[in-house]
Design a protein around this ligand. Sequence first.
Ligand code: NAP
Length: 252
Amino acid sequence: MSTERRVAIVTGAARGIGAAVAGRLSADGFAVAVLDLDAAACVNTVTAIEAAGGTALAVGADVSDEASVAAAVERIATELGAPTVLVNNAGVLRDNLLFKMSVDDWDTVMNVHLRGAFLMTRAVQKYMVEAEFGRIVNLSSTSALGNRGQANYSAAKAGMQGFTKTLAFELGKFGVTANAIAPGFIETEMTAATAARVGVDFEAFKQAAAAQIPVNRVGKPEDIANTASFFVSEGAGFVSGQVIYVAGGPKD
Ligand code: NAP
């Protein structure tokens, strides 16, 4: 089967990394479900894809809500076709030092990243198994290795890696691969919000980050989109259960 007939779902695709991944997968020949909390927020991503000659569907859904996920995946299957590529990208930050971290900060981050990836993957895997083909890409982070002020986020992003490896074991025999991308500093609204939270001008924040990165620049959403494009390709069928750090240099 050629990629022209394949359907991809990208969560958190209204902006940032998700929007770039959605655009890249469309350029690669996929019909793309652009899923985010608010369907109206997906308009820019969908319009850009359509302007470039691609096919996209804006889908409003909360990945942490079981009923919302079930309805969204069913709608995508009906309107675009059976989804066989899933990029679990939706994410939030609720940074704080442990002693100031609320239960809500903890639960929100766990729910969006881990519960969200679980619910989305469970809902989509049946289409992959039926097609005897599937590609799952989960967004981890260099924060999985530990990061001050991110007990919740680092635990969730380390969890994404364990989740990915388990999917690789369980779904491999059905032609489904699962891999994780662990980005370093990527220039998006998420990192802009972090700069604002610590009271540093975003340009200065990026320059300070770039000085610590071997390739001497911060990442762009396209850096992640390029990596996702490889993982979901036909040719990557023997690459599964891997975590690739896309961080401008090596990470442990
Ligand atoms: P972003 O600009 O904040 O975009 C995240 C998107 O996810 C937003 O559109 C957000 O919608 C959506 N979202 C949040 N909760 C959701 C939910 N429950 N259901 C559906 N969509 C939801 O973030 P980004 O920088 O592009 O990051 C994308 C992914 O990469 C995240 O998983 C992040 O943790 C990971 N990552 C980013 C970096 C970085 O440096 N930027 C580094 C490592 C890993 P709303 O606007 O409505 O909240």
